[in-house]
Design a protein around this ligand. Structure first.
Ligand SMILES: NC(=O)C1=CN([C@@H]2O[C@H](COP(=O)(O)OP(=O)(O)OC[C@H]3O[C@@H](n4cnc5c(N)ncnc54)[C@H](OP(=O)(O)O)[C@@H]3O)[C@@H](O)[C@H]2O)[C@@H](O)CC1
Ligand SMILES: [K+]
Length: 501
């Protein structure tokens, strides 16, 4: 193995299996042969296997009837050459293989065994090259038995492109599926690697450069991205040496009544740590006392009724407003939302500000029609369904639907938070640790979005950056995290980002 695989880091475009087929075709148009691509793909798989188990290890390569199987034949050839004890099992007949896969089968100079689950024992590694982008239905028969046998034996699995049984476009799993320790995919990752449940089956996802020219991405025009700094770094507003707090915006966070003020203060602290020049909590009269006791760097202004909020927002320096955390459900909150949307400020609606419109999306849409600045909705799945009803499909499909339906940027919270804007551009966030699911974390996220919007960052980028920073702050803190820790971990994350910029 002379040429080591180049692993692609930081490529944030995510390609559906259809996009990938197009990338393949465009590469071929540019003179790269498809056989060369398959050779590089299989070699990358072999390189990944060599990192997992030492030479001499017993490795089963399970090949399917299509090109995923073709990659398996190539990997088997390289591993055999590198002194691994390779056993290749084909699901189907060699005579039925077509095109590049048939050619790669010819180039493999070892025995080809029929796929027989009883032979999948005493192995150090299983390479799953059964089905990739061409999966059209749930695994059954011998393929399903192979999954069961490998699970039973507890052998580590290295998946080629996607674990067989997983839909690379949606991350959906409709039947038996391999659970991999590592998945090697090609050129760019696929949405199914990032969306749950798929992500839970992929293990570590490694993306190999197989020689598809980067320029084809422009022609494919994928609208789906991994949420990582390259997606929004250029839009990020770092403080400038000659700037001051007034050039970094003024975020307004609307507090709930006296018995529910903590959520707004979490949001306010999030906005301040995210870099807003000034942050004010707008407080109902009955809550001014309790808010005052807990705020220092954050300012406090009382207001009464929607008219009061509207007059606070007449000061156009207050250019971003967060509404919803602890707000309470009902007409009073709906009217506050309408007042905020009529103002020139960017608006972030979370929690009760969303649920107050449950079953009455048209009223929210009517208010949205009056907006003068970007609007971001940040529902979790429950809030989403109450507002938009049951939308079938992946979280990516649902977030896009809601963005088109509402005209807002939609941040659909979850372990795989999706951000979508009207027109289809969307990002999947993949850095949230399990301990981020803690009370109040969503309020802080709303604050991060608002703080970045206040600084004038473009809305889709601000929303994506907030979600990524939120996940990163939680990772940096580690288990035991509570919502209060998130704003206070942000400086460490920002310092690293600043260092890289
Ligand atoms: N594009 C690129 O740039 C590159 C792509 N590369 C590789 O090619 C892979 C895609 O190859 P692919 O299109 O041949 O599809 P693949 O997943 O092998 O399966 C297709 C066959 O499986 C069958 N079948 C499907 N589901 C089934 C089931 N449940 N149970 C049983 N059968 C089932 C289906 O049959 P049919 O549905 O027609 O009956 C068809 O015959 C991709 O994942 C990557 O690894 C690399 O070489 C690098 C460059
Ligand atoms: K596979």
């Amino acid at each position: 193995m002379t040429k080591e695989t180049v692993w692609i880091e930081g490529g944030v475009d995510l390609l559906t299996p259809q996009d990938m087929a197009r990338a393949d075709a465009l590469a071929v148009e540019r003179g790269v042969s498809s056989l060369t691509l398959m050779e590089a793909a299989g070699r990358a798989v072999a390189d990944a296997a060599r990192r997992l188990v030492p030479p001499g290890s017993r490795v089963a390569v399970l090949c399917g009837p299509g090109n995923n199987g073709g990659d398996g034949f190539v990997a088997a050839r390289y591993l055999k050459r590198a002194s691994y004890d390779v056993r290749l099992f084909l699901h189907g007949e060699v005579s039925q293989l077509k095109g590049d896969a048939a050619e790669m089968a010819r180039r493999f100079d070892g025995p080809v065994r029929p796929l027989d689950p009883f032979q999948l024992e005493s192995l150090h590694l299983v390479i799953d090259a059964l089905f990739g982008a061409g999966l059209t239905r749930p695994l059954d028969g011998r393929a399903a038995e192979a999954v069961a046998a490998v699970v039973e034996a507890g052998t580590p699995v290295l998946a080629v492109d996607v674990p067989s049984g997983l839909d690379g476009e949606t991350g959906a799993v409709a039947g038996p599926v391999f659970r991999a320790v590592e998945t090697v995919t090609f050129f760019r990752a696929k949405p199914g690697h990032m969306l749950y449940p798929g992500r839970g089956y992929c293990g570590t996802v490694r993306v190999a450069d197989i020689g598809i020219p980067r320029a084809v991405l422009g022609e494919i025009g994928s609208a789906t991205f991994l949420n990582a700094p390259p997606l929004w770094r250029e839009a990020y507003r770092w403080p400038s040496a000659n700037g001051h707090k007034y050039t970094r915006g003024h975020a307004l966070v609307v507090s709930g009544p006296a018995e529910a003020t903590g959520a707004a203060r979490l949001g306010a602290r999030g906005a301040l740590r995210a870099g807003a020049g000034l942050v004010t909590v707008a407080s109902p009269l009955d809550a001014v006392g309790v808010n005052a006791m807990h705020l220092t760097a954050i300012m406090l202004r009382p207001f009464e009724a929607p008219e009061g909020l509207a007059s606070l927002l007449e000061d156009t320096r207050k250019n971003a407003v967060l509404l919803g955390p602890g707000a309470g459900l009902g007409e009073a909150t709906r009217r506050l939302v309408e007042a905020a949307l009529r103002s020139p400020a960017a608006v972030v609606l979370d929690a009760d500000a969303l649920t107050s419109f449950a079953g009455d999306l048209s009223r929210l849409k009517d208010a949205m029609a009056l907006r003068r600045a970007p609007v971001v909705l940040t529902p979790h799945d429950g809030e989403f369904e109450r507002l938009f009803g049951h939308v079938p499909g992946s979280r990516l499909v649902r977030a896009r639907h809601a963005a088109d339906e509402s005209g807002a940027i939609v941040l659909l919270k979850g372990a795989d938070t999706v951000i979508a804007e009207p027109g289809g551009r969307a990002a999947i966030t993949a850095n949230a640790p399990p301990w981020l699911a803690t009370a109040g974390a969503g309020d802080v996220l709303g604050g991060f979005v608002t703080g970045l919007l206040a600084q004038g960052m473009s809305a889709f980028e601000a929303t994506a950056a907030a979600a990524w920073l939120h996940g990163e702050a939680a990772r940096d803190f580690g288990p035991g995290l509570i919502a209060e820790d998130l704003p206070d971990r942000l400086p460490r994350v920002l310092s690293r980002l600043y260092g890289e910029a």
